[in-house]
Structures are given as structure tokens and as C-alpha cells.
Design a binder for this molecule. Structure first.
Ligand code: MG
Length: 488
């Protein structure tokens, strides 16, 4: 290539780059020093013509000026996020509370300066929903409006410290809703589902566990079999709910008039004896193939937990969930050394930093946390990646008090991370799916997100308003026989 040809080639390259910015034709000519660039730009113009859509290879021209031709006219037929207008800013942030299935759900909706472009995220702290709604509506708009929607990490970090005091569940849930909504917006701008933005799929779908309960071990086994028949390979088993409350007799504290009549009583001794028997019956009835999980809900003393887990080893549990209260976490190394059963832990953790010591010591095997409690997709991805280096897998909290938006967010993470473990699942009612069109679906024990851009879920605000949230404080008052509170 001679010098002139090389120079022209260089100018063409510059021209191509320039067309991908907001420069108009006049600026372009001036900078290139061209009196008449017709011949040179001949090859650049077609690139401009495609700048508001897909490139020749079928990919998106993300750096291209949106719909701008050399004459500066705008192609209104192309949604602006296909081409990536710089910058799109936050126009409004608000909370949407709804309870279509009874459980309070809180959604953050972020609207942008781009007409019609918005994102939604899950901020559900079901027991204190009204407080989260207040945190969102009273504090996030002033802090967020006008900021660039693309800078998800900066918005997470700055919002996190904006109250100075931090790490609480209320503000973290508000932050999570904002964070998930921003990932939703970014996905829509990129025309990709969020799992693609996280690095693409590591698996075709998300393996889930179902919940089997029953008053007797035989009833539990029959329900496990029902789920196995539906295709589930993993089932969490509980006998009479958390702590097997129905095994307890009338407690002395009620006879003495201590506490409220509605307070629950748990007989820890009856519970730790019942669990191994339940596992034994389910194993005998349902065989060795099915993976069995159990949630202790942090309700027994550490030594009782150690003794119970040693008895469970022969039944090969997939995981024992939340064996210690947050207040007893320093005893985890002793628990770990005493038994070989795998543990999932972290449902009550509030912050990503709480995982570090336990995971680097491999005290537990599965990251069990409420993604909105720790601040959303961004911190969850960091915890998951930390786990990859220590062979700790994911097991996000996914009951009915996580909204379908939150389930979708978890599902996108699950699809991407290498160290995925298992996902808790629930069945969404038709009523819930009407409020949240595009919700993930379950087939043969696998969860699927739809491949729509963003999180893939929307919210019907009119319908959502028909199911107002309530101020039920939650039923977490559980006492010992003498009335002492059990930490749940
Ligand atoms: Mg749990």
C-alpha cells in the first residue's frame, strides 16, 4: 500500500469511527480536512445507514449514533436502545407494592429519559414491605434522577453509602430493586437477556428443588414421589413445617399465660429425633436417586445440630440448610469438623462481606441468600464468583416471598455462573403471572426464563394495585416450653 492509499485508508477508518459518534456531517468534514468527501465517504455512508440497527454481521451497532443520518435526521422506526443513545438517564424511581398470592412483594420501577424504556427489580422484604416502599419512594428518586443508567456499579456503590449507615435489610432491598431494574434496562438497551450480559449460558436451564411436607414421614415420602413423577430430581423435605411444630404438645408458657396465645411452641428434642426418621422413611420409599434437602431454619442449639447431622449422614442429604443462627456463626468450624453432611448457609446474611471468611474456609457448601437482601444481581455475582474459587456453589433463596422478577434475576445468574448448585422454586399461580407477565416457567424440574431483552418480566401496574400489601408483622415468634424465644 502506498502512502496516499494508506492515508486515505486511515481517513476512512476515522470516518467510520466518527460516524459512530454524535458528530454531524459538517464537523466530520472539518476534522478530516475534506472539501469534498463524497468519494471517501462513499463507503462510510452505508455504515451510517445501518448505524441505527444491526451491522452486517447481524450484531448491534452499540456505539452508533441513534438513527442519525449524515443530514442529522432521525429514523424514528428504530427503538433508540437498539442503537444506544448516549447517555440515557434516570427519570423516575418508584416502588410498587403488591400481594397477589398474599405475600407482600415490592418492585422498584425505574423510568428513563428514553420514552418507553424502563426497568423493574425485586426489593421484597415481605415482613417489612411498607418500610422498604418508604425507603424507595422517599430517598431513591432524589439520589438517582439524572444519573446515567449504564453505570450500574457506580450507582450500586454510591447508593450503598448514600445513607452513611448501611447493610440493613430495608435499604439493601431498596438497593436491590434499583440494581435489578438497571440490569433490566441494560438488557433492553443491548437487546439481550441479562444472562447474556453476565457472560452467557453455562447450562440450558436451571435445575430446581420442590418442597414436600407432611404430618408423617410416610406422607412426606408420598409427596416427594409426586414431585419425582413431575420430573424433579431434588426435593426439600420438612415434617410439619420448620421445626416440626405440630410435634410439640401444649407448652407450659401458654398454661402460665406467658406470651401471646398465637405464639408458636417448638420442642427441639422432638424435632431432632424426628428428622432422621423422616429421612430414613423417604430414602426407603423413594430410593437413592432423588436428592433430599432439609431446612433447619437455625432453630436448634449447635450441639444438637451436630448430633442430628451425624445421624443424617447415612441418608446422604444434598444439603442441610441454615444449621446455625447468625449469632452462632463462630461455631461453624466445629460443626464442619464434626460431620460430613453438606451445608447451605446465609439466608439471614445482609451483606456480601459476611460470606468471605466462611467461604474461604469452606465452612459451608452452598451460598444460601436472599438476593434482594444483599443488594441485587451485582453483589450476588461477586459472591458467586468468590465461591467458584473455593468450590462453594449457589442456592439462592427462592420461596413465594421472592417476586417473579426476583426469581427471573436469580435464574439469569444461575444460567451464567459455573458454580451453580441448585435453585429453590415455587409454582406461580395464574393470578401472579397475570400481574407479572413473562414470569419464569417450570418444566420437569427445570426453570426457564424467556429470552426477551432484560430480565424478561414485566408488571401490570393496574392489576398489581388490586392486591395491596399488608402490614402483617410476620409469624416468627417461636418459644421453648418455658417461653424463651427461639431465634428462627
Ligand atoms: Mg431457609
Amino acid at each position: 500500500m502506498n502512502i496516499i492509499a494508506a492515508e486515505n485508508d486511515n481517513k476512512k477508518t476515522i470516518a467510520m469511527r466518527m460516524t459512530n459518534s454524535n458528530l454531524n456531517r459538517r464537523q466530520l468534514m472539518k476534522m478530516l480536512g475534506l472539501g469534498s468527501a463524497g468519494s471517501l465517504l462513499g463507503s462510510a455512508v452505508p455504515t451510517l445507514a445501518k448505524a441505527n440497527g444491526r451491522n452486517a454481521a447481524g450484531g448491534l451497532n452499540h456505539n452508533a449514533a441513534e438513527g442519525l443520518s449524515l443530514s442529522g435526521s432521525r429514523d424514528k422506526s428504530t427503538p433508540s436502545y437498539f442503537a444506544g443513545l448516549p447517555p440515557v438517564t434516570i427519570r423516575s424511581v418508584k416502588a410498587i407494592g403488591t400481594a397477589p398470592q398474599g405475600a407482600n412483594l415490592v418492585i422498584v420501577k425505574v423510568e428513563t429519559s428514553e420514552p418507553g424504556l424502563y426497568g423493574i427489580g425485586c426489593a421484597t422484604f415481605t415482613q417489612r414491605a411498607e418500610v422498604v416502599v418508604t425507603a424507595i419512594n422517599n430517598y431513591l428518586p432524589d439520589f438517582c434522577i439524572g444519573k446515567d443508567v449504564d453505570n450500574i456499579e457506580d450507582l450500586w456503590q454510591s447508593t450503598f453509602v448514600s445513607s452513611y449507615w448501611r447493610n440493613g435489610p430495608v435499604l439493601n432491598n431498596a438497593l436491590s430493586g434499583l440494581n435489578q431494574a438497571l440490569w433490566d434496562i441494560k438488557g433492553k438497551r443491548a437487546n439481550m437477556p441479562v444472562h447474556q450480559l453476565l457472560g452467557g449460558k453455562s447450562r440450558f436451564a436451571v435445575d430446581c428443588y420442590a418442597h414436600a411436607d407432611g404430618k408423617t414421614p410416610e406422607e412426606v415420602a408420598a409427596n416427594v414421589q409426586k414431585y419425582m413423577d413431575q420430573g424433579f430430581r431434588h426435593v426439600r423435605i420438612q415434617q410439619g413445617g420448620y421445626g416440626s411444630l405440630y410435634l410439640a404438645q401444649q407448652p407450659d408458657f401458654k398454661d402460665a399465660g406467658f406470651g401471646k396465645a398465637t405464639d408458636d411452641f417448638m420442642d427441639a428434642r422432638a424435632y431432632v429425633k424426628a428428622v432422621p426418621k423422616m429421612f430414613e422413611v423417604v430414602r426407603k420409599t423413594c430410593g437413592e436417586q432423588v436428592e433430599l434437602l432439609h431446612d433447619t431454619h437455625e432453630r436448634v442449639q449447635p450441639q444438637d445440630m451436630i448430633n442430628m447431622c451425624k445421624r443424617l449422614e447415612e441418608f446422604d442429604p444434598y444439603w442441610i440448610e441454615d444449621p446455625l443462627t447468625p449469632e452462632n456463626m463462630h461455631l461453624f468450624p466445629q460443626l464442619r469438623a464434626a460431620t460430613t453432611v453438606p451445608f447451605s448457609m446465609g439466608e439471614l446474611f445482609n451483606n456480601q462481606n459476611e460470606f468471605i471468611d466462611y467461604m474461604t474456609r469452606r465452612d459451608f457448601d452452598y451460598i444460601r441468600c436472599h438476593v434482594s437482601q444483599i443488594g441485587g444481581i451485582s453483589p450476588a455475582m461477586k459472591i458467586a464468583h468468590l465461591g467458584e474459587f473455593f468450590n462453594v456453589k449457589s442456592g439462592w433463596h427462592g420461596p413465594g416471598d421472592v417476586s417473579p422478577v426476583g426469581h427471573a434475576a436469580q435464574c439469569h445468574i444461575d444460567l451464567n455462573i459455573w458454580n451453580f448448585g441448585i435453585q429453590e422454586s415455587v409454582f406461580f399461580s395464574d393470578q401472579l403471572v397475570e400481574v407479572f407477565p413473562g414470569s419464569p416457567t417450570l418444566r420437569k424440574g427445570y426453570m426457564y426464563v424467556n429470552e426477551a431483552p432484560g430480565l424478561g418480566v414485566d408488571i401490570n401496574e393496574k392489576l398489581a394495585a388490586k392486591y395491596p400489601i399488608n402490614n402483617n408483622a410476620g409469624k416468627w415468634t417461636i418459644r421453648k416450653r418455658d417461653g424463651t424465644i427461639i431465634r428462627p
